[in-house]
Design a protein around this ligand. Sequence first.
Ligand code: ADP
Ligand code: MG
Length: 460
Amino acid sequence: MDLVEIWRNVLGEMQVSVTRANFVTWFKNTFIYDYKKGIFTIGVPSFFYEDRLKKHYLKDIQTALSHQTTEPITLIKFKVATPQPDQVITFDKSNVIHRPVDKSSAKKESITVQSLPQNSSLNSYYKFSNFVVGPSNQLAYAAADAVSKKPGQVYNPLFIYGESGLGKTHLMQAIGNAILEESNAKILYVTTEDFLNDFINAVESGSGKAKDFKKRYRDVDVLLIDDVQFLSGKEGTQDEFFHTFNHLHQKNKQVVLTADRFPKAIRGLEKRLQTRFEGGMVADIGEPDYETRSAILRQRAKREGKEVPDEVIDYLAENIKSSIRELEGAFTKVLATAEITKQDLSLQLAADVLGNIISEMRQTITPDLIIRETCRYFRVSREDLLGPKRTKEIVYPRQITMFIIRSETNISFPIIGREMGGKDHTTTMHGCKKIAKEINSNPQLKEDISSIKERIRQTN
Ligand code: ADP
Ligand code: MG
């Protein structure tokens, strides 16, 4: 099989369906790195390209590939690599080639297209080998590693929880990728949102679709479901999920779940599901310590092939603590700024970039936003939250609101009182103190606060 020729033709097809600017940006210097047992590995210039191609062009690449080869395509992977001189494909319009698709290959396409979404839902970047292990995630890492070596046999289900941006999806997908390296297991990774949508579609479109749905979720060896806190309050879907879960569990198929909090803390989750979720291994991921944060940045710099001064890495690792996603985001922004403005990577540059990010965050978080999100989270009305009621159901969210306003905006107690419907400053001070005192000994409280903060950040 001539991989260069195939890729040239694939690019020819892509060129027709993608705008010129996007084509040049995203497909330049791509090539087929390898084809083995149904797996096409596409070489890309950097991780950034992988991300982009995967998000926006995977389906098109897959379709074009299936036109250009009769070999089976079970998975399309990406790898950061530089093409050999003979693998570089230069392009002008005259290169566009359409190989006529004969009937037999068209038939093949429908088969491969069907089987592809199963495993290609995994992002091949998420591996154990590039997951930095530290005290905050070593338990979750060890459990995930064990599961990947003996799926269905050690911890089933494995439930990983932790706040947003700390590596849950990374670990979960690393399990899938590791299993795939050793076997042909059928692995399905979906977000809970996908599951909900699929389920709703299936219900709305009648029995044929319902069958497809069952087959999609039950006919797998490993089911990875991300962010199950979004099952909260969705009774019909929880029922279906319960049966899917039982079906797989009985057949010793591995189930891995993640959420932003532990099972008991997911409000509106049926007891029977909560019990199932706790029935295997529950492992949390906490905030990474300084060493882990800087190790992650160093690894990232290495992957991008960038020399980054220690002081820049130290500075970012010291200042961004609560989310690896944000840490990486800031790092990328620093690298990009240096490149665009043609400056050296320096502490000053990092401080400028970070200063902007921090002030952007501060500007948009207002008491009003915090009040709104807290009301939504606890499902209480604004009138009640800001009014005089003193029942427990209201006082608890109210004090949490005050506490979050104080910690996120640094507004003074009297002003918080005013924002909270005209409360006395001693009331707001008391409320904030009470929460601050309890937060470390009460996991439920801690979960509630971090979930609300997370929502606030997301709506920003
Ligand atoms: P979550 O699912 O918990 O919100 P992700 O798994 O999406 O978080 O992680 C956010 C980003 O941080 C990803 O780019 C991921 O690769 C990276 N990341 C998280 N934890 C680690 C780690 N321990 N080592 C390396 N990268 C990590
Ligand atoms: Mg995630």
